[in-house]
Design a protein around this ligand. Sequence first.
Ligand SMILES: Nc1ncnc2c1ncn2[C@@H]1O[C@H](COP(=O)(O)OP(=O)(O)O)[C@@H](O)[C@H]1O
Ligand SMILES: Nc1ccn([C@@H]2O[C@H](COP(=O)(O)O)[C@@H](O)[C@H]2O)c(=O)n1
Length: 541
Amino acid sequence: MFDDFVDRSNLLSFQLSNGPTDGQSRLAIPALQAKKNTILVSHGRPPWYAEDGQRITDAFVIGVAGGSASGKTHVARQIVRKLGSIPTVIILSQDSFYKYHNEEELKLAHANMLDFDHPDAIDMPIFAACLADLKACKQSNIPIYSFQEHQRLVETKYLYGATIIIAEGIMSLVDPALRALYDLKVFVQCDSDVMLARRIKRDVKERGRDVDGIIDQYLRYVKPSYDTFVRPSSSYADIIVPGSNNDVAIDLICTHIREKLQERSSTFRQKIAVPLKYMSPRSGASTPESFLEDLHLTLLPQTWQVQGIYTILRDRTTSRQDFIFFADRLSTLLVECALQHLPYAPKMVVTPIDIESHGKKMDAKYVCGVTILRSGGALERGFRRVINDVPVGSMLIQSDSKSGEAMLLHLMLPNYVRFRHLAQQAYIFLLDSQIGTAAAAFMAIRILLDHGVPEDHIIFITFIVSREGGILVLKRAFPGVKIVCGAVDDEMQEGWLEGYKGEGNPEGNGRQVWVIKPGMGQIGVISYYHFHFHSVHVLRR
Ligand SMILES: Nc1ncnc2c1ncn2[C@@H]1O[C@H](COP(=O)(O)OP(=O)(O)O)[C@@H](O)[C@H]1O
Ligand SMILES: Nc1ccn([C@@H]2O[C@H](COP(=O)(O)O)[C@@H](O)[C@H]2O)c(=O)n1
């Protein structure tokens, strides 16, 4: 039914402008080797939104212009290198936006008779639209250009999640729509002889050209264009950087960027973890019933069978094997319950004894799951058991050990979520074992919204919701998101459970846990267990 698949390229990947689009194999290549159209990640991406769910920071955009082979790419790469500790930096090259050529134009291009140095050679509206989307923290699918074939390729490259974008190209300061998007405008000024010498060397080595052709093209198009369009655009620059020996200028640029990012940074987590009594949407609404009512949570019917499963899961004497078995059972029930949030249409079938039977069929074109790693992995088996023919992506979101903020470390979304027009029709089940502080849920929902998934198409499935923590702020920010859970407990706090020996606790004097302290004197614990290949927070009481 759903013939999509999960593409492996992701936030942590990068791609050479003419290389394959499979980013997975390129994960480990260090920043210095990266070329144009590169996504570079050093560590996670902190929140880019406020507690009302709306974006607070745009990506910081730098436009780098200059003549061909003046050193624009070199400057961009040096900036990336010197900003090593900043999460995501994308170099977006104007070369990606050369227009598609018909057969006749291709013949001219191969005969060196096509002008690639006129502003009209570049698809400026698409360049500006892609840059505007990335700046606004949305995803974008960037065209890929082949210098050898003089042609735009069929594939595109998915980009998402940049904190800094460097847009470089000979015409990047010429177009007013592009200029309006830059926070900083840089022009790389270089001697014409040096540029020609560098271009000859580079085009022979990297772009499959011969010396005669390069000089011919240079005299016919490149030099006149430089004099007419490129050099005059330097008047728009905030900073002129020399094309050689430019370390000091690049240092100054990096200092400026760091200052600007610092001004934009904010703390998020403290703002959402507000005690229930201060955040209740209506006064005195502190009973479990009114809490559910106010927040429009879907609670799994509390049958004896469900209560029995929770009792087993909360029991500290339950074996790991039993725990996994019952967590699987529970996740299956939760996913079945969550399916009520998909649209259904009437359907008539004919039975084997020739009688018409009027029923229902699921009426959603694109459905998928996205697991929030690591603990959402516990719901995945149940999800696949109930909905076995849809792609399942993942997001690795973890708290930063210093700031406590949620950090996006890895993103692998199903393919159709990457294309806005398809994402707008998609229904997504987000899987996580708990909503406590809600920091991870906040980030996961924001990512899907950035991709164009409608808020009311997001169905969040979880074992347990804490009444205190971030749930109220989360629901206030994203009222349309459906939350399906099996239990609601009171406040949560971090602690250790006796006897745990493992990650973060080699002495074996306790297990790292989330302790839930509901009223009525009970003590609930969500503890740290290993489940399948991931760890999972489990319910213990
Ligand atoms: N500051 C520099 N010092 C020495 N060589 C440089 C410098 N900047 C660029 N180059 C060399 O010049 C060539 C073209 O540089 P590049 O950055 O690709 O130019 P552009 O992106 O402007 O076309 C490359 O081979 C590069 O190594
Ligand atoms: N098929 C093409 C397309 C463009 N060019 C030349 O590329 C130059 C811009 O790239 P830089 O990396 O040097 O900034 C531009 O001057 C075009 O002449 C080409 O040769 N073939």
